[in-house]
Design a protein around this ligand. Structure first.
Ligand SMILES: Cc1cc2nc3c(=O)[nH]c(=O)nc-3n(C[C@H](O)[C@H](O)[C@H](O)COP(=O)(O)OP(=O)(O)OC[C@H]3O[C@@H](n4cnc5c(N)ncnc54)[C@H](O)[C@@H]3O)c2cc1C
Ligand code: SF4
Length: 332
């Protein structure tokens, strides 16, 4: 049986206090933990070895899902995926987000797992998501304890795969996040939270706590309809090996006025298919246009041989899933 290594657990009462506690420790010595559904298994495999965990579960607030006419949607970073999946408000106004939350792992993990944790979930790779002994047998890799990338041996960077189900949907909806640091807070687009590096995959500093997620009001000029489709071997529990989020804003006659197509699990960060988005704007969603946009959208997908199923198949499925998502929104 794999056991957790010993660690000290701190219980701050506010996000600012949590950020200060993290800042008081050296890098790798302390980490934040919310539901622990990603971090604890990773600690059991010694992928992370913090001596101190800053537990966010005792923070006051940060669990609500609220919507105001002018403010739009605001979700606390500690809201559980189960609450998002079951939220009547999300189901009515942001069904793609409720769906993405409901597609994460299993009911037990969604009961504990939070949206903040999901947005910061570790990147994944066949050569990394293994026990310590397995990784030791291949002499580790550069993501933890080693020097080489076994997927792309001549590569100077790690290509572990971005695996959050909610991130692509939130990027497609132009969402922003509030980050609280030891000295203050800032708000950035979810899109800017990520960088294409399997090791250093979030742009936030290690002390910053993600406290809230915001989406502009759906009604009015910025209103968008969205969907999320996920590919995986077992529908019951698996991480995405491809995720496609599409959001469209259309005029009354069906002309697309704004389009967002975001792919996940094809790179170390979510990937926006900008050429396909540009192609859709100003046009109606005909069958031909959908096929053309899907053919453009799958080009930036660069899956490697480091997750389940073959990478040529996953690349091909990116095209199929984008077309399916666009057809779904045309009908909706
Ligand atoms: C078997 C299995 C299957 C899974 N399947 C999926 C899946 O299909 N899709 C998917 O997206 N995920 C999946 N997961 C991963 C995980 O369950 C979810 O991503 C979950 O939402 C993580 O949230 P958490 O609160 O448990 O995060 P934690 O485990 O607590 O933390 C994860 C990371 O985020 C950081 N963190 C947590 N909260 C914050 C915060 N508020 N501010 C700043 N940093 C923070 C932690 O320091 C840590 O680095 C799976 C996990 C397992 C074990
Ligand atoms: S992509 Fe390479 S460096 Fe990154 S986890 Fe996989 S084998 Fe390791």
């Amino acid at each position: 049986m794999m056991r957790l290594p010993p660690f000290r657990y701190l219980k701050p009462k506010s996000a600012r206090e949590a950020a200060k506690m993290l800042a008081d420790h050296a890098r790798d010595e302390a980490m934040a933990v919310s539901g622990g559904t990603d971090l604890y298994p990773n600690m059991k495999r010694r992928q992370f070895e913090p001596k101190v965990l800053v537990g966010l579960r005792a923070l006051e607030g940060g669990r609500e899902v609220a919507m105001g006419e002018d403010k739009g949607l605001e979700i606390g970073g500690l809201a559980t995926l189960q609450n998002l999946e079951r939220s009547a408000l999300l189901q009515a106004h942001f069904p793609a987000l409720a769906k993405a939350a409901g597609l994460v792992s299993s009911p037990i993990l969604r009961h504990m797992g939070t949206l903040g944790g999901n947005l910061c979930v570790d990147t994944r790779c066949t050569y990394y998501n293994q026990t310590y002994d397995w990784r030791k047998a291949i002499d580790f890799c550069m993501k933890k304890d080693g020097a080489i990338c076994w997927v792309a041996p001549s590569s100077p960077r790690c290509w572990a795969v971005s695996s959050s189900d909610t991130a692509p949907v939130l990027i497609a909806l132009d969402a922003t996040v509030t980050l609280v640091g030891p000295l203050g807070e800032r708000r950035i687009p979810v899109k800017d939270l990520y960088r294409p590096d399997g090791i250093d995959f979030v742009t936030k500093t290690r002390e910053e706590i993600l406290t809230a997620i915001h989406v502009a009001p759906l009604k009015g000029p910025n209103g968008m309809r969205a969907t999320y489709l996920k590919l995986r071997r077992r529908d019951s529990i698996d991480f995405p090996i491809l995720g496609v989020a599409v959001a469209l804003q259309t005029a009354k006659d069906g002309t697309v006025t704004k389009a967002r197509i975001v792919l996940t699990a094809v790179e170390s960060a979510p990937v926006e298919a900008e050429k396909a988005e540009a192609l859709l704007v100003g046009k109606k969603l005909t069958d031909d246009l959908i096929e053309e946009a899907a053919a453009l959208a799958y080009r930036p997908a660069k899956p490697l041989d480091n997750t389940d199923l073959s990478y040529p198949y996953r690349k091909k499925m990116a095209k199929v899933y984008v077309a399916r998502a666009l057809r779904e929104l045309r009908l909706g």
